[in-house]
Design a protein around this ligand. Structure first.
Ligand SMILES: C[S@@+](CC[C@H](N)C(=O)[O-])C[C@H]1O[C@@H](n2cnc3c(N)ncnc32)[C@H](O)[C@@H]1O
Ligand code: SF4
Length: 405
Protein backbone atom coordinates (compact mmCIF):
# COMPACT_ATOMS: atom_id res chain seq x y z
CA UNK A 1 0.00 0.00 0.00
CA UNK A 2 1.35 3.44 -0.83
CA UNK A 3 1.04 6.36 1.55
CA UNK A 4 -0.99 9.37 0.44
CA UNK A 5 0.04 13.03 0.58
CA UNK A 6 -2.32 15.86 -0.35
CA UNK A 7 -0.69 19.22 -1.03
CA UNK A 8 -2.76 22.27 -0.10
CA UNK A 9 -0.90 25.13 -1.78
CA UNK A 10 -2.34 28.06 0.17
CA UNK A 11 -1.13 30.10 3.14
CA UNK A 12 -2.65 33.19 4.70
CA UNK A 13 0.62 34.92 3.87
CA UNK A 14 4.06 33.65 2.82
CA UNK A 15 6.78 33.45 5.50
CA UNK A 16 10.05 35.17 4.59
CA UNK A 17 12.13 31.98 4.60
CA UNK A 18 9.81 29.49 2.90
CA UNK A 19 10.38 28.08 -0.59
CA UNK A 20 7.66 25.44 -0.44
CA UNK A 21 5.04 25.87 -3.15
CA UNK A 22 2.13 27.83 -1.74
CA UNK A 23 0.21 30.96 -2.61
CA UNK A 24 -0.64 33.75 -0.27
CA UNK A 25 -4.42 33.96 0.08
CA UNK A 26 -4.10 37.70 0.59
CA UNK A 27 -2.80 38.00 -2.99
CA UNK A 28 -4.84 35.20 -4.62
CA UNK A 29 -7.77 35.93 -6.92
CA UNK A 30 -11.19 34.98 -5.57
CA UNK A 31 -12.28 31.49 -6.45
CA UNK A 32 -8.80 29.95 -6.67
CA UNK A 33 -9.54 27.46 -3.89
CA UNK A 34 -12.61 26.22 -5.79
CA UNK A 35 -10.41 25.78 -8.89
CA UNK A 36 -7.91 23.80 -6.79
CA UNK A 37 -10.61 21.55 -5.29
CA UNK A 38 -12.11 20.90 -8.71
CA UNK A 39 -8.73 19.74 -10.06
CA UNK A 40 -8.00 17.69 -6.95
CA UNK A 41 -11.25 15.75 -7.20
CA UNK A 42 -10.41 14.73 -10.79
CA UNK A 43 -6.87 13.73 -9.77
CA UNK A 44 -8.18 11.68 -6.85
CA UNK A 45 -10.61 9.82 -9.08
CA UNK A 46 -7.80 9.12 -11.53
CA UNK A 47 -5.31 7.93 -8.93
CA UNK A 48 -7.50 5.82 -6.65
CA UNK A 49 -6.59 2.81 -8.78
CA UNK A 50 -3.02 3.11 -7.47
CA UNK A 51 -4.21 2.32 -3.96
CA UNK A 52 -6.68 -0.55 -4.48
CA UNK A 53 -6.15 -1.84 -0.93
CA UNK A 54 -6.20 1.57 0.70
CA UNK A 55 -3.39 3.80 1.84
CA UNK A 56 -0.94 3.09 4.66
CA UNK A 57 -1.05 6.66 5.99
CA UNK A 58 -2.35 10.09 5.03
CA UNK A 59 -0.65 13.46 5.35
CA UNK A 60 -2.51 16.62 4.37
CA UNK A 61 0.26 19.21 4.16
CA UNK A 62 1.18 22.44 2.56
CA UNK A 63 1.06 25.25 2.56
CA UNK A 64 -1.41 25.64 5.36
CA UNK A 65 -4.36 23.24 5.07
CA UNK A 66 -6.07 24.97 8.02
CA UNK A 67 -6.10 28.23 6.01
CA UNK A 68 -9.07 26.73 4.11
CA UNK A 69 -12.53 27.86 5.22
CA UNK A 70 -14.78 25.33 7.00
CA UNK A 71 -16.80 24.51 3.87
CA UNK A 72 -13.66 23.96 1.76
CA UNK A 73 -12.10 21.75 4.42
CA UNK A 74 -15.32 19.73 4.57
CA UNK A 75 -15.29 19.38 0.75
CA UNK A 76 -11.66 18.21 0.79
CA UNK A 77 -12.31 15.62 3.51
CA UNK A 78 -15.46 14.31 1.83
CA UNK A 79 -13.55 13.96 -1.46
CA UNK A 80 -10.86 11.95 0.28
CA UNK A 81 -13.41 9.70 1.88
CA UNK A 82 -15.15 9.11 -1.46
CA UNK A 83 -11.99 8.27 -3.36
CA UNK A 84 -9.65 6.46 -0.98
CA UNK A 85 -9.99 3.78 1.61
CA UNK A 86 -8.35 5.20 4.73
CA UNK A 87 -7.53 2.09 6.74
CA UNK A 88 -8.88 2.16 10.26
CA UNK A 89 -6.01 2.59 12.66
CA UNK A 90 -3.81 4.27 10.01
CA UNK A 91 -2.04 7.50 10.92
CA UNK A 92 -4.01 10.41 9.41
CA UNK A 93 -2.20 13.75 9.80
CA UNK A 94 -2.97 17.33 8.92
CA UNK A 95 -0.65 20.33 9.16
CA UNK A 96 -1.77 23.72 10.38
CA UNK A 97 -0.67 27.10 11.62
CA UNK A 98 -1.65 28.94 14.79
CA UNK A 99 -4.03 31.74 13.93
CA UNK A 100 -6.02 29.53 11.54
CA UNK A 101 -7.22 26.82 13.93
CA UNK A 102 -10.82 27.13 15.06
CA UNK A 103 -12.97 24.68 17.04
CA UNK A 104 -15.27 24.24 14.02
CA UNK A 105 -12.37 23.22 11.72
CA UNK A 106 -11.13 20.77 14.35
CA UNK A 107 -14.63 19.31 14.66
CA UNK A 108 -14.69 18.64 10.90
CA UNK A 109 -11.25 17.01 10.96
CA UNK A 110 -12.08 14.79 13.93
CA UNK A 111 -15.35 13.76 12.30
CA UNK A 112 -13.41 12.50 9.26
CA UNK A 113 -11.00 10.56 11.45
CA UNK A 114 -7.91 12.82 11.39
CA UNK A 115 -5.94 11.54 14.37
CA UNK A 116 -2.65 13.45 14.26
CA UNK A 117 -2.00 17.18 14.06
CA UNK A 118 1.30 18.83 13.10
CA UNK A 119 1.36 22.43 14.33
CA UNK A 120 3.84 25.02 13.03
CA UNK A 121 4.81 26.86 16.19
CA UNK A 122 8.40 27.75 15.14
CA UNK A 123 9.12 29.86 18.25
CA UNK A 124 7.38 31.00 21.43
CA UNK A 125 8.75 34.48 20.88
CA UNK A 126 6.82 37.26 19.16
CA UNK A 127 9.91 39.17 18.01
CA UNK A 128 11.37 36.14 16.25
CA UNK A 129 8.02 35.25 14.72
CA UNK A 130 7.47 38.67 13.23
CA UNK A 131 11.13 38.86 12.08
CA UNK A 132 10.42 35.99 9.65
CA UNK A 133 6.90 37.04 8.62
CA UNK A 134 4.84 34.50 10.58
CA UNK A 135 1.18 35.49 10.79
CA UNK A 136 0.70 34.48 14.43
CA UNK A 137 1.87 35.28 17.93
CA UNK A 138 3.24 32.91 20.56
CA UNK A 139 -0.04 33.31 22.46
CA UNK A 140 -2.00 32.07 19.42
CA UNK A 141 0.23 28.99 19.34
CA UNK A 142 -0.54 28.33 23.02
CA UNK A 143 -4.27 28.71 22.31
CA UNK A 144 -4.03 26.39 19.30
CA UNK A 145 -2.42 23.65 21.41
CA UNK A 146 -5.22 24.04 23.98
CA UNK A 147 -7.86 23.77 21.23
CA UNK A 148 -6.23 20.67 19.76
CA UNK A 149 -6.22 18.89 23.10
CA UNK A 150 -9.80 20.03 23.81
CA UNK A 151 -10.87 18.60 20.43
CA UNK A 152 -9.43 15.22 21.40
CA UNK A 153 -6.10 15.18 19.52
CA UNK A 154 -3.82 12.88 21.50
CA UNK A 155 -1.06 12.81 18.88
CA UNK A 156 0.34 16.30 18.33
CA UNK A 157 3.60 17.29 16.70
CA UNK A 158 5.12 20.75 17.07
CA UNK A 159 7.46 22.24 14.43
CA UNK A 160 10.14 24.52 15.87
CA UNK A 161 12.91 26.41 14.07
CA UNK A 162 16.38 27.30 15.26
CA UNK A 163 19.00 29.57 13.69
CA UNK A 164 16.44 32.38 13.18
CA UNK A 165 17.62 36.01 12.83
CA UNK A 166 18.93 37.30 16.16
CA UNK A 167 17.99 34.07 17.94
CA UNK A 168 20.33 33.37 20.85
CA UNK A 169 20.92 30.05 22.55
CA UNK A 170 18.86 31.26 25.54
CA UNK A 171 15.78 32.11 23.46
CA UNK A 172 16.01 28.76 21.64
CA UNK A 173 16.23 26.96 24.96
CA UNK A 174 13.22 28.87 26.31
CA UNK A 175 11.16 27.91 23.22
CA UNK A 176 12.03 24.24 23.54
CA UNK A 177 11.34 24.23 27.30
CA UNK A 178 7.93 25.79 26.74
CA UNK A 179 7.18 23.27 23.97
CA UNK A 180 8.05 20.45 26.39
CA UNK A 181 5.68 21.87 29.01
CA UNK A 182 2.79 20.94 26.65
CA UNK A 183 4.01 17.31 26.48
CA UNK A 184 3.70 16.96 22.67
CA UNK A 185 3.92 13.42 21.36
CA UNK A 186 6.30 14.50 18.59
CA UNK A 187 8.64 17.39 17.75
CA UNK A 188 10.27 18.40 14.44
CA UNK A 189 13.20 20.78 14.88
CA UNK A 190 14.41 22.53 11.72
CA UNK A 191 17.58 24.57 11.40
CA UNK A 192 16.78 27.61 9.25
CA UNK A 193 17.94 27.13 5.66
CA UNK A 194 18.39 30.18 3.46
CA UNK A 195 16.47 29.24 0.34
CA UNK A 196 17.23 31.08 -2.88
CA UNK A 197 14.39 33.28 -4.07
CA UNK A 198 12.94 33.91 -0.61
CA UNK A 199 12.87 37.38 0.99
CA UNK A 200 15.15 36.15 3.79
CA UNK A 201 17.73 34.98 1.25
CA UNK A 202 17.62 38.37 -0.44
CA UNK A 203 18.07 40.05 2.94
CA UNK A 204 21.13 38.05 3.90
CA UNK A 205 22.83 36.90 0.69
CA UNK A 206 25.07 39.90 0.04
CA UNK A 207 25.52 41.00 3.61
CA UNK A 208 29.24 40.85 3.74
CA UNK A 209 30.63 40.75 0.21
CA UNK A 210 33.41 43.13 1.11
CA UNK A 211 34.25 41.19 4.25
CA UNK A 212 34.59 37.81 2.59
CA UNK A 213 37.38 38.38 0.06
CA UNK A 214 40.01 35.69 0.27
CA UNK A 215 38.01 33.16 2.29
CA UNK A 216 37.40 29.55 1.30
CA UNK A 217 33.97 28.90 -0.26
CA UNK A 218 32.70 27.16 2.84
CA UNK A 219 33.65 30.09 5.01
CA UNK A 220 32.11 32.49 2.53
CA UNK A 221 28.82 30.63 2.74
CA UNK A 222 28.94 30.65 6.52
CA UNK A 223 29.79 34.36 6.63
CA UNK A 224 27.25 35.35 4.02
CA UNK A 225 24.57 33.81 6.20
CA UNK A 226 25.37 36.07 9.10
CA UNK A 227 24.68 39.70 8.39
CA UNK A 228 21.80 41.33 6.48
CA UNK A 229 22.75 43.87 3.84
CA UNK A 230 23.66 47.16 5.44
CA UNK A 231 22.25 46.08 8.79
CA UNK A 232 23.40 46.22 12.32
CA UNK A 233 24.77 43.05 13.83
CA UNK A 234 21.81 42.57 16.18
CA UNK A 235 19.86 41.02 13.26
CA UNK A 236 22.61 38.51 12.56
CA UNK A 237 21.74 34.92 11.75
CA UNK A 238 23.34 32.41 14.08
CA UNK A 239 26.36 30.98 12.22
CA UNK A 240 26.67 27.29 11.39
CA UNK A 241 28.56 26.57 14.58
CA UNK A 242 25.87 28.09 16.81
CA UNK A 243 23.17 26.30 14.78
CA UNK A 244 24.94 23.00 15.40
CA UNK A 245 25.20 23.81 19.14
CA UNK A 246 21.47 24.57 19.23
CA UNK A 247 20.75 21.23 17.59
CA UNK A 248 23.07 19.30 19.91
CA UNK A 249 21.63 20.96 23.02
CA UNK A 250 18.12 20.06 21.89
CA UNK A 251 19.08 16.43 21.25
CA UNK A 252 20.41 16.05 24.79
CA UNK A 253 17.48 17.90 26.36
CA UNK A 254 14.91 15.84 24.50
CA UNK A 255 16.65 12.58 25.35
CA UNK A 256 16.39 13.50 29.03
CA UNK A 257 12.70 14.24 28.53
CA UNK A 258 12.12 10.72 27.13
CA UNK A 259 12.04 11.45 23.37
CA UNK A 260 13.94 9.38 20.81
CA UNK A 261 15.79 11.22 18.05
CA UNK A 262 14.51 8.70 15.50
CA UNK A 263 15.49 10.90 12.52
CA UNK A 264 17.98 13.78 12.38
CA UNK A 265 15.30 16.48 12.74
CA UNK A 266 12.55 14.43 14.38
CA UNK A 267 11.85 13.38 17.95
CA UNK A 268 9.06 11.27 19.39
CA UNK A 269 7.81 9.75 22.58
CA UNK A 270 8.05 5.97 22.08
CA UNK A 271 5.31 4.77 19.73
CA UNK A 272 4.63 8.22 18.25
CA UNK A 273 7.21 8.23 15.42
CA UNK A 274 5.60 9.69 12.26
CA UNK A 275 4.61 6.62 10.23
CA UNK A 276 4.04 8.66 7.08
CA UNK A 277 7.55 10.12 7.03
CA UNK A 278 9.09 6.80 8.11
CA UNK A 279 7.61 5.38 4.91
CA UNK A 280 9.49 7.98 2.79
CA UNK A 281 12.73 7.43 4.63
CA UNK A 282 12.47 3.65 4.32
CA UNK A 283 11.91 3.89 0.56
CA UNK A 284 8.24 2.88 0.44
CA UNK A 285 5.89 3.98 -2.36
CA UNK A 286 3.92 7.21 -2.05
CA UNK A 287 1.27 9.15 -3.93
CA UNK A 288 1.39 12.95 -3.73
CA UNK A 289 -1.69 14.74 -5.09
CA UNK A 290 -2.36 18.42 -5.66
CA UNK A 291 -0.23 21.06 -7.43
CA UNK A 292 3.41 20.45 -6.51
CA UNK A 293 2.68 16.94 -5.18
CA UNK A 294 5.37 14.31 -5.77
CA UNK A 295 4.66 10.61 -6.26
CA UNK A 296 6.90 7.57 -6.48
CA UNK A 297 5.43 4.20 -7.40
CA UNK A 298 7.40 1.14 -8.51
CA UNK A 299 10.53 3.24 -9.04
CA UNK A 300 8.81 5.81 -11.25
CA UNK A 301 8.70 9.33 -9.86
CA UNK A 302 6.72 12.33 -11.05
CA UNK A 303 5.96 15.80 -9.81
CA UNK A 304 2.80 17.79 -10.46
CA UNK A 305 3.10 21.30 -11.82
CA UNK A 306 3.23 24.12 -9.31
CA UNK A 307 0.38 26.17 -10.72
CA UNK A 308 -3.19 25.81 -9.49
CA UNK A 309 -4.94 26.89 -12.69
CA UNK A 310 -2.72 24.90 -15.07
CA UNK A 311 -3.08 21.86 -12.77
CA UNK A 312 -6.87 22.06 -12.83
CA UNK A 313 -7.20 22.82 -16.52
CA UNK A 314 -5.00 19.90 -17.53
CA UNK A 315 -6.99 17.54 -15.36
CA UNK A 316 -10.29 18.77 -16.82
CA UNK A 317 -8.85 18.08 -20.29
CA UNK A 318 -7.93 14.56 -19.16
CA UNK A 319 -4.22 15.35 -19.37
CA UNK A 320 -1.60 14.52 -16.78
CA UNK A 321 -0.92 17.53 -14.51
CA UNK A 322 2.75 16.54 -14.41
CA UNK A 323 5.78 18.84 -14.81
CA UNK A 324 7.25 19.11 -18.30
CA UNK A 325 10.10 16.69 -17.60
CA UNK A 326 7.44 13.98 -17.22
CA UNK A 327 7.60 10.84 -15.09
CA UNK A 328 11.14 9.70 -14.44
CA UNK A 329 12.06 6.02 -14.28
CA UNK A 330 14.65 5.88 -11.53
CA UNK A 331 17.70 3.75 -12.12
CA UNK A 332 18.56 1.06 -9.60
CA UNK A 333 21.65 3.10 -8.74
CA UNK A 334 19.58 6.18 -7.90
CA UNK A 335 17.13 4.21 -5.77
CA UNK A 336 19.95 2.56 -3.83
CA UNK A 337 21.70 5.89 -3.20
CA UNK A 338 18.45 7.43 -2.02
CA UNK A 339 17.78 4.51 0.30
CA UNK A 340 21.23 5.01 1.86
CA UNK A 341 20.93 8.79 2.21
CA UNK A 342 17.45 8.75 3.72
CA UNK A 343 18.00 5.60 5.76
CA UNK A 344 21.18 6.84 7.39
CA UNK A 345 19.29 9.88 8.69
CA UNK A 346 17.21 7.42 10.70
CA UNK A 347 18.42 6.32 14.11
CA UNK A 348 17.63 2.71 13.14
CA UNK A 349 19.77 3.03 9.98
CA UNK A 350 19.44 1.06 6.73
CA UNK A 351 18.01 -2.44 6.98
CA UNK A 352 20.45 -4.81 5.29
CA UNK A 353 17.94 -7.54 4.49
CA UNK A 354 15.35 -5.15 3.04
CA UNK A 355 18.07 -3.58 0.90
CA UNK A 356 19.04 -7.00 -0.45
CA UNK A 357 15.41 -8.01 -1.03
CA UNK A 358 14.57 -4.76 -2.82
CA UNK A 359 17.69 -4.39 -4.97
CA UNK A 360 19.07 -7.91 -5.27
CA UNK A 361 22.53 -6.92 -3.98
CA UNK A 362 24.20 -6.64 -0.59
CA UNK A 363 24.93 -3.02 0.31
CA UNK A 364 28.24 -4.16 1.83
CA UNK A 365 29.31 -5.24 -1.66
CA UNK A 366 27.93 -2.37 -3.69
CA UNK A 367 29.25 0.34 -1.34
CA UNK A 368 32.45 -1.47 -0.34
CA UNK A 369 34.67 1.55 -1.20
CA UNK A 370 32.66 4.07 0.81
CA UNK A 371 32.29 1.75 3.78
CA UNK A 372 36.05 1.06 3.70
CA UNK A 373 36.72 4.82 3.78
CA UNK A 374 34.82 5.28 7.05
CA UNK A 375 35.64 1.89 8.57
CA UNK A 376 38.06 2.99 11.27
CA UNK A 377 36.47 6.30 12.02
CA UNK A 378 33.54 5.34 14.22
CA UNK A 379 31.24 6.94 11.64
CA UNK A 380 29.28 3.97 10.30
CA UNK A 381 28.56 0.92 12.42
CA UNK A 382 26.63 -2.33 12.08
CA UNK A 383 24.00 -3.11 14.68
CA UNK A 384 22.10 -6.33 14.20
CA UNK A 385 20.68 -6.26 10.67
CA UNK A 386 21.22 -2.50 10.26
CA UNK A 387 23.96 -0.16 9.07
CA UNK A 388 23.85 3.02 11.16
CA UNK A 389 25.43 6.45 11.14
CA UNK A 390 26.93 7.49 14.46
CA UNK A 391 24.36 10.03 15.79
CA UNK A 392 27.10 12.49 16.72
CA UNK A 393 27.67 13.10 12.99
CA UNK A 394 23.98 13.29 12.07
CA UNK A 395 23.67 17.08 11.87
CA UNK A 396 26.80 17.48 9.73
CA UNK A 397 26.50 14.30 7.70
CA UNK A 398 25.88 15.72 4.21
CA UNK A 399 29.48 15.17 3.13
CA UNK A 400 29.40 11.56 4.24
CA UNK A 401 26.00 10.85 2.72
CA UNK A 402 26.94 12.35 -0.65
CA UNK A 403 29.62 9.66 -0.94
CA UNK A 404 26.81 7.21 -1.65
CA UNK A 405 25.64 9.07 -4.76
C1 LIG B 1 6.22 23.72 4.66
S1 LIG B 1 5.76 24.03 6.30
C2 LIG B 1 4.09 23.58 6.32
C3 LIG B 1 3.47 23.72 7.68
C4 LIG B 1 2.87 25.02 8.10
N1 LIG B 1 2.44 25.83 7.04
C5 LIG B 1 3.85 25.79 8.95
O1 LIG B 1 4.32 26.81 8.55
O2 LIG B 1 4.12 25.32 10.02
C6 LIG B 1 6.55 22.73 7.20
C7 LIG B 1 7.73 23.19 8.01
O3 LIG B 1 8.81 23.46 7.18
C8 LIG B 1 9.70 24.27 7.89
N2 LIG B 1 10.42 25.14 6.95
C9 LIG B 1 9.93 25.75 5.86
N3 LIG B 1 10.92 26.46 5.25
C10 LIG B 1 12.05 26.27 5.97
C11 LIG B 1 13.39 26.74 5.86
N4 LIG B 1 13.76 27.56 4.88
N5 LIG B 1 14.29 26.33 6.77
C12 LIG B 1 13.92 25.49 7.76
N6 LIG B 1 12.68 25.03 7.92
C13 LIG B 1 11.74 25.41 7.05
C14 LIG B 1 8.87 25.06 8.91
O4 LIG B 1 9.35 24.82 10.19
C15 LIG B 1 7.51 24.46 8.79
O5 LIG B 1 6.98 24.19 10.04
S1 SF4 C 1 6.30 27.95 6.47
FE1 SF4 C 1 4.21 27.23 6.37
S2 SF4 C 1 2.96 29.09 6.62
FE2 SF4 C 1 4.98 29.76 6.13
S3 SF4 C 1 4.89 30.04 3.91
FE3 SF4 C 1 5.75 28.00 4.30
S4 SF4 C 1 4.02 26.67 4.22
FE4 SF4 C 1 3.20 28.76 4.44
Amino acid sequence: MPSLYIHVPFCVQKCDYCAFYSQSLVDSPKGLIAVYLEGLEVEMAKRQKDAPHGVSSLFIGGGTPTALKDEDLETLMAMLQRNFHLNPGAELTIEGNPGTITPSKLEILRRYGINRFSLGVQAFDDKLLSAVGRIHTAQEAREAIGRLRAAGFDNISLDLMFGLPAQAMGTWQATLEEALSYAPEHLSLYGLMLEEGTPLYERYKEGSDDKIDGLETVEIEAKARCYPTGSVQSDALPDDELQAEMHDWAVERLKKAGYTNYETSNFARPGYECQHNLGYWRGEDYLGLGPGGVSCLNRVRWKNIEDVRAYQSRLLKEQDPVEEAGPEALSLQECMAERMILGLRLEEGVHLTSFRNDFGVDLRDIYRDVLERYKDKDVLTYQGDYLRLNPKYAFVANGILSDFV
